[in-house]
Design a binder for this molecule. Structure first.
Ligand SMILES: Cc1ncc(COP(=O)(O)O)c(C=O)c1O
Length: 361
């Protein structure tokens, strides 16, 4: 038999060929201030409780994640039928676009915003219609509505509060889009526990409103990949059709249930992270020639004179921040998330050094 030389590249779908993958650095040796995680250890006792559970790793998980959904229902006051759990909210973004997007359909987003919307859109062949934020910060509701009214527009995604800007958009404007667009409006509330603002109580009024939440941020479970989607039962049932049957593993389901039993402990962490974010904000505003954007989250977007130089100098001092590249209107910016109090003190010390021109080799 003759061996045929095969180049896998020639079979790649054009959308995948064009795709710029999401870049996530893995540098555990650094002080990680780049991914908006909760840096605190889990509440006391939670880890031991999780590891003492008799979990059946030789069996598939409950594909419907019923116990987890019951726990989420108690937390969100949304009925179980209105909840869909996912392998991180990243997976749910993809499921939404697999359900409502596709060839000839469009999703409306408001750059600068979370990068995975665009990546999922490309993978599902959904056209991206970008309506940039006014001044790089505020929702252009009028233009978004106009874009949403075109027949090919099926989905509008609003990130509230927004990553990477930290901005919380006015509730009334989002609801106007929900009411007047007549399209699926996804509100990504990944950072809602920090902003203490949610549109969850509005779900009962609108079948086209779905809300994305995650355990990765305030609940400190980024490593376990657990997110959920809330909506009216009929809308959720449509998205559930495209979900892989066992998308959330046994361990993460149990961890999610446990976490929701430690709400008061998490509340202490959240309040502390908010205070730490404020400390970082005030520290950064004192550095000459740095523009710092106000935030309602656990991270801050800021713009030093030389963002690439700053990234390198911070890295030399052991700090990993997110270099956002060139953002629409705002230009080159960096994003830093609140770390542990001591880490933040050291970070501020480092930026004071860098701000006064001290470089390291
Ligand atoms: C706005 C937003 N949505 C979703 C996600 C993804 O969350 P998950 O870890 O649940 O996939 C992130 C993570 O950075 C985010 O910032």
């Amino acid at each position: 038999m003759k061996n045929v030389l095969c180049n896998p590249e020639k079979f790649v779908r054009p959308e995948v060929r064009k795709l710029i993958p999401y870049e996530a650095k893995y540098m555990p040796e650094c002080i990680k201030l780049d991914a908006n995680e909760n840096p605190f250890p889990w509440p006391k006792g939670m880890r031991e409780e999780l590891f003492s559970e008799k979990l059946m790793f030789n069996r598939y998980p409950d594909g419907m994640a019923q116990d987890l959904k019951r726990a989420i229902a108690m937390y969100t006051k949304i009925p179980v039928e209105g909840i869909l759990t996912g392998n991180g909210s990243d997976e749910l973004i993809q499921l939404i676009l697999l359900t409502f997007g596709g060839l000839g359909k469009a999703v409306i987003i408001h750059p600068p915003t979370f990068g995975m919307y665009q990546i999922s859109a490309h993978l599902t062949n959904t056209t991206v219609v970008a309506v940039p934020l006014v001044n790089g910060l505020n929702l252009n509701t009028e233009q978004m509505l106009k874009a949403a009214l075109s027949p090919e527009a099926h989905v509008v995604i609003i990130c509230n509060p927004n990553n990477p800007t930290g901005t919380l958009f006015p509730r009334a404007e989002i609801l106007q889009l929900v009411r007047e667009s007549g399209k699926i409006v996804v509100v990504d509330e990944a950072y809602a526990e920090f902003a203490e603002e949610t549109l969850m109580p509005e779900i009962k009024n609108y079948p086209n409103l779905v809300i994305l939440r995650t355990f990765s941020k305030s609940f400190g479970m980024a490593g376990l990949r657990l997110g959920y989607l809330l909506g009216q039962p009929e809308t959720i049932a449509l998205i559930d059709r495209v979900r892989p049957p066992y998308n959330v593993n046994v361990f993460s389901q149990q961890a999610g249930i446990l976490a929701l039993g430690y709400l008061s402990e998490y509340q202490v962490q959240i309040q502390c992270l908010k205070a730490e974010t404020q400390k970082l904000y005030e520290g950064l505003t004192q550095i000459p020639d740095v523009v710092v954007y106000p935030t309602q989250t656990n991270f801050i977007l800021f713009k030093p004179g030389d963002p690439d130089g700053w990234t390198a100098e911070l890295l030399k001092r052991g700090f990993l921040v997110r270099n956002m590249g060139v953002l629409p209107i705002l230009g080159k910016c960096l994003r830093v998330s609140a770390g542990l109090p001591e880490e933040n003190n050291r970070f501020l010390q480092a930026v004071r050094e860098i701000g006064t021109g001290v470089t390291r080799i």
